[in-house]
Write a protein that binds this ligand. Structure first.
Ligand code: PMP
Length: 427
């Protein structure tokens, strides 16, 4: 069997069938913003490896940080032991996150960060004497991961609810925040979505532990950008009804929307913030869930007195070293200016695509560019076009989109937007 045949016969890929394998490019190297395939062909990576490789690939300081750490200690258990990479990363995270978030729980992936956040909210509510609060409210159109509890707060239509009906926890779904980013905000709660959220909380607050929401950008649920003022209103409602507010910044964190965190677009802060993806600059899987002293001490105040979670690879030193090196790069490179330049160029180059047949909307925020079609776009059909044009893009649902590394040059970005236009014409 050739390597490609072996892959097709034996390896499961994300959201794929082994009986009818999807087309696959075999990547041999990744340098800068370029993926080199086994046959020597090259593609500019418009996806930044599912939005994580913000500095591109093979950044010397990050490679060195991981190599140095691997030579010293690649892993030790975090139960009863601690280490400098975890402490150093913690210091850096406190520097860049909202001041009330003082407690950090390291985990292995974004989905697990969401699981931990939901568990924290439920355990907190139980600890402070509100044992009936164990469900969650979330807006439609969200995506929070593929594990059971995270999946239960994904959009019930575009998520996997219909397949796993009966197996997922029942949650409460509010309408998607109706006012888009850039539209005028109105304080009329019937129009801004907060009236509907209030109605759900008023009726069900006795059973609702937390609200889970992606701030400003709904990512894998539809690439939709909504008005940050919705979050200010949601915060007030959560306070009124004793509901823990959880921001899932796994897609938006570390500069993607033009601010360090999407939370920085609004006035308020969440009780719990999940981060992942770009935390290690795409070097390896890692994530973190941060919370306030109030939630952490609340959990500690009642039986069993400890937070009941502790994965084997918690606080992995290699991942902590990669994350610290990535944050150092954010601290020393002009990422805001770069993301701003990407935003300006994408607006100029994508906006004209609105005129094409089949294009329903064009949206840009920070280093996120979206061409929404009025029909489903096949990622399998996009696959050969990527190779032909030398730009890696993987559309989903109705969206042809890019989230390039921040180090993408103007010329490289033009190739990405050109490929998005070609896909919009052909698919
Ligand atoms: N939350 C959001 C907002 C995400 O975009 C994702 C991944 N696309 C996740 C959670 C899950 O993260 P992971 O794939 O690392 O489990």
């Amino acid at each position: 069997m050739t390597p490609k045949e072996f892959d097709a016969h034996h390896l499961w890929h994300p959201y794929s069938s082994v009986s009818d394998p999807a087309p696959m490019h075999r990547v041999a190297r990744a340098d800068g913003v370029t993926l080199t395939l086994a046959d020597g062909a090259q593609m500019i990576d418009g996806m930044a490896s599912w939005w994580s490789a913000i500095h591109g690939y093979g950044q010397p300081s990050m490679v060195k940080a991981v190599q140095d750490q691997a030579a010293k200690m690649s892993h030790v258990m975090f139960g009863g032991l601690t280490h400098d990479p975890a402490i150093e990363l913690g210091r850096r995270l406190l520097d860049i996150t909202p001041a009330p978030l003082q407690r950090i729980f390291y985990v292995d992936s974004g989905s697990v960060a969401v699981e931990v956040a939901m568990k924290m909210a439920a355990q907190y509510q139980q600890a402070v004497g509100r044992a009936g609060k164990h469900q969650f409210v979330t807006p439609r159109g969200g995506y929070h991961g593929d594990t059971w509890k995270a999946m239960s707060v994904c959009d019930p239509v575009t998520g996997m609810h219909h397949i796993f009906k009966g197996a997922l926890s029942i949650q409460h779904f509010a309408p998607r925040p109706p006012i888009a980013m850039g539209q005028d905000w109105t304080d009329d709660d019937a129009q801004n979505g907060l009236g509907a959220l209030r109605a759900i909380l008023a009726e069900n607050h006795a059973t609702i532990a937390g609200m889970v929401i992606e701030p400003v950008v709904q990512g894998a649920g539809g690439m939709y950008f909504y008005h940050p003022r919705y979050l200010d209103g949601a915060r007030a409602l959560c306070d009124e009804f004793d509901v823990v507010l959880i921001f899932d910044e796994i897609a938006t964190g570390f500069g993607r929307t033009g601010k360090m965190f999407a939370t920085d677009h609004c006035e308020i802060t969440p009780d719990i913030l999940c981060m992942g993806k770009a935390i290690t600059g795409g070097m390896m899987s890692f994530a973190a869930t941060m919370t306030t002293d109030k939630i952490a001490n609340g959990i500690g105040s009642a039986e069993p007195g400890v937070f009941m979670h502790g994965p084997t690879f918690m606080g992995n030193p290699l991942a902590c070293a990669a994350a610290a090196a990535s944050l150092d790069l954010l601290g020393t490179t002009p990422w805001r200016a770069r993301v701003g330049a990407i935003e300006t160029q994408m607006r100029a180059e994508l906006e004209p695509l609105r005129a094409l047949d089949g294009v329903a909307d064009v949206r840009v925020l920070g280093a996120i560019g979206v061409v929404e079609m009025d029909h489903f776009v096949s990622s399998a059909q996009a696959h050969p076009i990527s190779k032909q044009l030398g730009v890696w893009l993987r559309p989903f649902g109705h969206n042809i989109y890019c989230m390039p590394p921040y180090v993408t040059s103007g010329d490289e970005l033009s190739k990405i937007t050109h490929a998005m236009g070609e896909m919009a014409r052909v698919l």
